[in-house]
Structures are given as structure tokens and as C-alpha cells.
Design a protein around this ligand. Sequence first.
Ligand SMILES: *Cc1c(COP(=O)(O)O)cnc(C)c1O
Length: 423
Amino acid sequence: MHFENDLLFAQKADEKGELKDFRNKFFIPQHNGSDAIYFVGNSLGLQPKKVKDYIQQQLDDWAQFGVEGYWQAKNPWINYQDDFTTPLSKIVGCLPAEVVAMNQLTVNLHLLMVSFYRPTKTRYKIICEAKAFPSDQYAFESQVRFHNLNPEEAIIEIKPRNGEYNLRTEDIISTIRQHSNETALVLFGGINYYSGQFFDLKKITEAAHDAGAYAGFDLAHAAGNVELKLHDWNVDFACWCSYKYLNSGPGGIAGAYIHERYATDLNFPRFAGWWGYEKDTRFQMGKGFKPIPTAEGWQLSCTQVLPMAVHKAALDIFEEAGIENLHTKRKNLTAYLHFILSDINQNKKIFEIITPANKEEHGCQVSLLFNEKGKEIFHALTENGVMADWREPDCIRVAPVPLYNTFADVWRFGNIIQNILQQ
Ligand SMILES: *Cc1c(COP(=O)(O)O)cnc(C)c1O
């Protein structure tokens, strides 16, 4: 696509492009009476306007039917989680039987580590990216301690080379090889939350398997953002939250993927609860756990209908948009952001983009590292109605998302930075 740093160009691109009416499906936060430039969908996605109706339906069903809502509700609660498998399978690229909507992200990470991190005397290491999201770091560390191991020894963090901001796939692979006899699990973010780097999940998975280890991914910043093919890439397991790119509300219902070779293995180790029990005989309340032979076999507790109603409102929009259209617009919109940023950063080195420039290595997010005045610029952005995200030290993260952001948003963002810099 050919780009121009011009509002008219941006408006035309919005008119002609994919998903142009989808912005109207969301509430856009306001700033001084007009739409804010909302570039923090990587933190909390916006509310679909229909969320209220979806929740109201559940409240009405509850009021009318009481416990009978499990069978009588418009979407009977007993099977409500089943509605998520198909849309989620398209978003993360897997079979419907490999995916389940449940719990929250860190909870799922722990549950999956119970299944996939079972260290032995010789094979006990976890290989991950340095500066993983803090919750993930705490999860890894506490799992390691739970097995009476020392995190200093058991957790291998891969850092970028000196003077670089991103990991090279070759370095990830060579580290895995180096520890191949001792590694139990390779566990990465799909996209690093700070740098926005999208890792090569396929190659990392291959290297993990060659080393005799499992490969799992935290897709908090990848699900609903980039193209994923978890099944084809042979990924063992993954989990994600739904409140970022999946727009399913603060603390919304999370998701998990488990490759069918484990999902169908009824003896595969896990922590069990009654909602993971074989559906036909669950209510016989018999002794002895018999798992559902899909990822749903990892469910513990009964369906969380209210947060799932929000999730459904959001995923119905993904279904309507079509995953292909979403990726086409995301690529164009992000490419436009990269173009605008390099245009305003031409002569002066005001900031550095630490997110990889290569299209295959990023999603929506761009992380800007400011050489000076980062904080002042961030405050000025806020005053001008740009909602972005500040990370110490000197980093501003912005993420135009394809469902509700526009080329005009991106142009205005660039224009505001330019004006700030001229003052
Ligand atoms: C957002 C995020 C989390 C948050 O975890 P919750 O359990 O949903 O609070 C965890 N890990 C990563 C990588 C994230 O980006």
C-alpha cells in the first residue's frame, strides 16, 4: 500500500478499507466532547455496544428461570462454554476441540504448567524470554519453588544481544539446544508486552520438541491481534486473556489451548474439577474423574455465565468481521503507523522504534523509546486526547487496533506529536 502523511489520504483509506463500519459497534472514550484516539486496546479493548443486551439476556433468564436457566435459558448455561470453541479456534488457529474459554489468564497458566511442567531430576529447566510479563515471571518462579527447585538454576531467561532490543530467533534456538538435555519446558509470550516483538512460535516449538521439551505460549498480546496457527505449528499448549485485543471486558474470561494429542489423552495429568467431567454422566456425581476428551477436560468450575456473555458479544464481532479482513486491516494500519512515525522522525532522532520493523515480527503495537522528553511528550499526548501507555523508562506504547481504530486516528496521532515537537 502507498502512504501519504495527509489527513485526506487517511480518511480515504478509512472509506475504502476493510471493516469501516465496525468502529460503530464500540463505545469510544471521549475527550473534550469528541472521540479520543484510543491506542491502548493492547491493555483494555473497548466495550462492544451490544454487551449490555448480552448480559441483560442472562439476567432476564436468571430472573425468569432460576436454576432452570441451565436448561431453559436462551443459550442454556449448561453448554454455554461450547459457543466459544469455534470462534476461538479461528482466532488462535486450532481445532475446536483444542480450545476452551475458562478462568483468567494467570490461573490458566498455572493449570497448564501443572500439566506440562513436571520436572525430573535431570530435566527441570524452563526457558523463557527475559522481561516476560511480571505475572508470568511470578508464575514460573512459584511453580519452580513448588517442585523444590531453585529458580536461579531452573529458569533460563534469554536476553537480547548488547545494544539490541529484540531477541533473535537463532539465539532462542541455540539457547534451547544448549540446555536440551535439561529443559522441561520452553514457555514464551507470543508477543512480548513491552517491545511488541512477535516471536516465531513455529520455530521455537520445533526447537523445544527437538530438545525433548514441551512448548507453550502466553498469547495475551497475540490473541485477536496476529495470525496464529497453533495446531499446525504443533504448539503443545497456550493461554490468553480476553480483555486486551479480544474486547471482553476488565478481568474477562480467559482461554486455553491444548493440542489434541493431550486433550484426547484421558490420563494426561491435570488438576480436575467437576466441569471437566464427561458431560453425559457428570450429574451422576460418581466417584473417579473422567475427563471430557477435549480441552474442556481442563475446566474446573461451572460456567461463568456473566463474563462469558461479554465474551460472546465481543467474539460475535470477530465472527462478523472475518479473521482475514481483520488481519488485512491490521497490517495496513500498522504499516501506516510505521510510515507516519518514520516521516516525523526523519531528521531528528527523537525516538527509536524498538518494535521489530519486519511485518512478520509485530502485531498492532509499536513501542517508542524516547531519547529525551519522553514523559513530557506523553503528557502532551494525553492532553491532546491520545490515550497511550507509558512504561518506565522512556517508553510509549501505542496500538491502533483494526476493529475500531482508523487511519485518521493514526494520522492525528502523528500530527499531534509533530505539533508537540515544534513547540
Ligand atoms: C496482560 C497479561 C497478563 C495478565 O494476567 P491476568 O491473569 O489476566 O491478570 C499476564 N501475562 C501477560 C503476558 C499479559 O500480557
